[in-house]
Design a protein around this ligand. Structure first.
Ligand code: BJW
Ligand code: ZN
Length: 247
């Protein structure tokens, strides 16, 4: 188990990037591991605009099941450790998550960017009407329609081939750049992510170019592991509190 510990002093800025692995011990399946299939399809094949166009009911069934799973889950020790370190660092901290399950928010994280959206919101598949909170688990025909234009509502999730919210991308880059400008010690910590999906998988390289010390806490090898100065292998609930000096 992790004996290593990230040195965090009064000047350190810390950015944490999380993926599905941090929620695995809360009982939620990861995308590329065992259990990453749904009705015989790869999750990535259900989570696309093309899949929604072809069979919106099937995609809503998938997200209904995801909402049911996430709604029954709670934050684990790794989510809580990330929230605790935020409470200590204040504006020297930023959390960027690829997860849509809402568990970081439940753990108390507030300086939080949900890069891939949220399970708990829906939005119009056609017009720019703002997203609405939506916790419905059994989405059945007739599928929900937009109040403004009547088109189908869809989960407020960033699917493959779709742009991330530029404000979210900007928040990550601004945080990293600010540390570079201030000459501050900058630490980048990725937790539970396979490093396959861009742009998030590229943030470590960007951070390293700005002089960050880079750490990865993951159960297996990640696709972008070469950009990390330190790789700690193990389950997030043990590794993360120890790395952050909270174990
Ligand atoms: C544990 C553990 C435990 C287990 N403890 N660890 C540059 C190069 C090539 C392609 C592209 C590129 N830029 C953009 C692209 C295209 C595409 C992309 O990245 N494709 C790649 C697959 C090649 N990206 C996009 O389309 C993005 N949009 C975009 O960039 O727009 C502009 C653009 C478009 C097209 C071309 C070029 C530019 C959008 C990506 C949106 C991803 N959406 C999804 C699904 C929706 C969310 C949902 O329904 O939940 O988000 S995909 C899926 O993967 C999900 C995840 O957030 C995301 C990342 O997965 P994650 O979190 O890494 O999970 P896993 O399962 O892969 O890994 C879990 C890890 O945890 C494992 O390593 C385990 O070992 C570990 N683990 N248990 C610690 N207990
Ligand atoms: Zn609409």
């Amino acid at each position: 188990m992790a004996t290593e510990r990230i040195s965090i002093d009064a000047g350190t800025r810390l950015i944490v990037l999380t993926g599905a692995g941090i929620s695995a011990e809360s009982g939620l399946a990861t995308f590329r591991g065992a259990g990453g299939l749904w009705e015989g399809s790869r999750v990535e094949d259900v989570a696309t605009p093309e899949a929604f166009e072809a069979d919106p009911e099937r995609v809503w069934r998938f997200y209904g099941a995801r909402r049911a799973g996430a709604g029954a889950a709670g934050p684990n020790r790794a989510h809580l450790a990330v929230a605790e370190i935020e409470a200590r660092l204040g504006d020297r901290f930023l959390l960027a998550t690829q997860n849509v399950d809402g568990l970081h928010g439940l753990a108390g994280s507030r300086r939080l960017v949900e890069l891939h959206g949220s399970l708990w919101r829906s939005r119009c598949s056609r017009c720019e009407a703002p997203p609405v909170e939506d916790r419905v688990v059994d989405v059945a025909p007739p599928l929900p329609a937009c109040d403004a234009c009547g088109s189908l509502m869809r989960p407020d999730i960033v699917w493959f081939g779709e742009m991330l919210d530029p404000a979210h991308e900007w928040a990550v880059r601004r945080f990293l750049k600010a540390a570079g400008v201030a000459g501050a010690r900058l630490v980048f910590l990725a937790i539970g992510t396979s490093g396959n999906v861009h742009p998030a998988a590229g943030y470590v390289r960007y951070a390293k170019d700005l002089g960050a010390e880079t750490w990865l806490a993951n159960a297996d090898e990640a696709a972008n592991a070469r950009w990390f100065d330190h790789v700690v292998t193990g389950p997030a609930t043990s590794v993360v509190p120890a790395l952050l000096g909270l174990g």
